[in-house]
Ligand binder design. Sequence first.
Ligand SMILES: [Zn+2]
Length: 149
Amino acid sequence: MKKWFKEQYFRILRLVRNWCNNQIKSENDRQSRKIIRELDARRKAIVKLQQENCPHLAGYNDLSEVCDYRTSIVWHTDNLGETFGLCTNCQREFREADADYSYWRKKLSFNIPSAANSHKEVYEDPSSVSWVPREVTLYNEPFNEKWGW
Ligand SMILES: [Zn+2]
């Protein structure tokens, strides 16, 4: 009988200990989730602030020596035909639904536009491609004749 009581006593102790540990764990989880939510909100606010204050110009970076007059937006046409832009400074996307889309689309970009399947031949025959140096554009060029804006 004494043994049985001892066993029950330790069983209850174990149950209480596990219950307490679970309480602590769930409280820690709650705290962790709260901190993660706060950090995520701050990160999103910083990204939003950066995107709102970004001039979307090539070379607009603390590490760059000069800032270009051309935009830092990469224009890509996907396989559905939609052309969208992505600023390489602030990672803002420029979609057709955006109010300022046409404003930025008309501006000369520092980056060569890309399109889905435009490099198909590279995949079919990689040996056919030779690297061609990028053509030098004049600084006072009124618009890019090659790409049409
Ligand atoms: Zn930007």
